[in-house]
Write a protein that binds this ligand. Sequence first.
Ligand code: GLY
Length: 398
Amino acid sequence: MDVVVGGGVVGLSIAWRLARAGRPVTVVDPAPASGASHAAAGMLAPVSEVTYTEEPLLRLGVASLRRWPAFAADLTADAGLTPAAGPAAGPAAGPAGVSAAVRDGLDLRAQGTLDVAFGADDLAALGELAAFMEKLGLPVERLTGRECRRLEPMLAPSVRGGLLAPGDAWVDPRRVTAALLAALERRAVPLVRAGVSELLRDGGRVTGVRLAPPPEDHPAAPEGSEQGDEIRAERVILAAGAWSAGLADVPVRPVKGQIMRLRSPVPLLSRCVRGMVHGAPVYLVPRGDGELVVGATQEELGFDTRVTAGGLYELLRDARELVPGVTELEVAEVVAGLRPGTPDNLPIIGPGAAPGLVLATGHYRGGVLMAPLTAAILQGEEGDLASLCSPARFRDIS
Ligand code: GLY
């Protein structure tokens, strides 16, 4: 049997794929789907999120994005959700495309990302990025300010130009984790709602996990928990995101992101829009139900998940530069999550140094995007790409 430690989008995807392949698996998490996956905007945007030094990350992201439509279709069916009436990830934009996508259950949409520039420097940077993409054979379109506003009429008049990555997509991560939990339940995969205090070892081998006792101020164990117990396993798959370094020697650190969800009666945008404002990146992700997600701060503050006035101020200030109309919208929610950052921004996927330990962590800004690829790599697929994420690239991993 395998034990997956971590019930975020990565851990749940791995468990679901294992269960589909007929492998016995148990998931352990004190509060599944409540960490970074809950805060995430769900951009499946390997092209528009990349920087020059990150070609390996781009390759991983593009490969995982290719897997998303089949992953979503299988998950929709396995979770018992109503399938889409039409293609969920088609080119349709605007309200008609939106409502078809919502029926899909995961709100997977693929109208691309529009990266906009205000100043000459931003424009030059976008031009260089476009040249890099073109060299790699990735589809991008350079647009004038007027062409950007034709695509997205709510953009600020001061937008000078942009870069459209038409293949980028996005999904609602909360719908994805809810679907994964439903699919696991339908396949009778045990979900243990408890923390893990340590990995069990026998000689050099990892043989299971010890469940954490409930915190002292927690009067009762959450339903279904088995704290104090041990779970023995042939393999322990560590998918605990920012918390992974507390259980094994992996170079993963928390990178805080604050995010804001706004509500609009009429969708303001038909695709993801992003840009650099005051030197910081900001993005806006429209959901099929009219929600607009604005993200995200990038803060190195350890395990701090406080939502701060300064963080929200910067998000709103920068979002308003891109799309002035955001200030009219209702604030639905503010939330902070912890991305699992790694020294090279690449995920850590594959066997740990200790037999019995498998790592699936460090997905940093791309956990939702990379979930299908991660699950596939752990099933022995994608050998070339797997070597890019191999834990062996860091020394002292145990
Ligand atoms: N992928 C976007 C973020 O981490 O903010």
